[in-house]
Design a binder for this molecule. Structure first.
Ligand code: FES
Ligand SMILES: [Fe+2]
Length: 329
């Protein structure tokens, strides 16, 4: 379950999209039913009824906040506990649970832990700007026809800027670079991932800072004196050929300035510049480093690739959680 992307937190949906009705999201090949309980708190169940396997997300949420299966009306709460089996008042409901997944709602996103555990060992890494009222936050939801590992490496790859983004964010480097230019990419481990630097020899420091937050988050700090502006991207695996890209622009200025909206459109344009290039990658998934040729400025992407092959690639969550104890009530 969640092969290649198990035991991690990821955003899976924009909060504003999860309304009263249940909905389905696909994460690393697993279909997940999202819904809100009676208090409005998000809940997530594997989208497969334990009775006959139909999609729970086609059902309804009851007045007491349970998800009622569309087929025979069994009801499951946010923990997967079965509270009602029509026509079978004596059923051993404690054996009939659905598979619940840990879920959080923070910073305008629904975050999911990709393993059916009662207590996840960590909490999601939510960028501070998502929850700081000083920031204006703009969220864009995109889909790429690419394996998420290619999308993620693209986000950690500075040397492509003057080529893919020659007229936009890559223009400053393009203007300064010559055929003899040498660049140095640095990578420094942090508590949540790593910090990347890109310096062009002989050129003044740009000051742009790129951060990787495991498993699938990137933050680009845009250097504007006295201001804070960032682009955040989360590359969420859908299946082997599709990635959901949550692109979040944050800034602590220009709240009411209509021209600043342009920045958001520029973010969208930049992502489109990357899309066609990344979608052309072959093989779709990043291969082991030994199967492609690399140079020193690939340090950032190679760090990600190491993490992917060491931690995520063979990861899988146990699909059969232990029977949950259910109160008789
Ligand atoms: S299939 Fe869900 S209740 Fe029968
Ligand atoms: Fe790019």
């Amino acid at each position: 379950m969640f092969s290649g992307f198990a035991n991690v937190w990821t955003p899976v949906e924009l909060s504003r999209n999860l309304k009263k009705a249940p909905m389905q999201v696909t994460v690393a090949g697993e279909k997940v039913a999202l819904f809100r309980d009676a208090k409005g708190a998000p809940a997530a169940l594997i989208d497969r009824c334990p009775h006959r396997g139909v999609a729970l997300s086609l059902g309804k949420v009851t007045a007491d906040g349970c998800l009622s299966c569309p087929f025979h009306g069994w009801e499951f709460d946010a923990q997967g506990k079965c509270g009602h089996v029509p026509f079978n008042p004596d059923a051993k409901r404690e054996r009939l649970f659905a598979t619940a997944l840990p879920v959080r709602e923070r910073g305008g996103f629904i975050w999911l832990y990709t393993a059916p555990v009662e207590q996840p060992p960590s909490e999601p890494v939510v960028p501070e700007a998502f929850e700081d009222p000083a920031f204006v936050v703009q969220r864009i939801d995109l889909r790429w026809n690419a394996h998420w590992t290619r999308a993620m490496e693209n986000m950690l790859d500075s040397p492509h800027l003057p080529f893919v983004h020659r007229k936009t964010i890559g223009f400053p480097i393009r203007r300064r670079m010559t055929r003899e230019s040498k660049a140095v990419v640095t990578y420094e481990e942090t508590a949540t991932g790593g910090r990347l630097g890109f310096e062009l020899e002989g050129a003044p420091r740009q000051g742009a800072l790129l951060e990787f937050n495991k498993p699938n988050g990137m933050v680009l700090h845009i250097p504007i004196p006295g201001k804070r502006m960032r682009i955040h991207v989360h590359c969420v695996p859908v299946d082997d050929g599709h990635t959901r890209m949550f692109l979040t622009g944050t800034r602590d200025f220009g709240r009411f300035n209509p021209f600043v909206r342009m920045f958001d459109e520029v973010n969208r344009l930049i992502a489109y510049e990357d899309k066609a290039i990344v979608e052309s990658s072959s093989p779709a998934e990043v291969p082991p480093a030994s199967q492609e040729v690399s140079v020193p400025t690939d340090r950032g992407t190679l760090q990600f690739r190491k993490y992917y092959y060491e931690v995520l690639k063979d990861s899988s969550a146990d699909p059969k959680p232990k029977l949950r104890r259910v109160d008789a009530a």
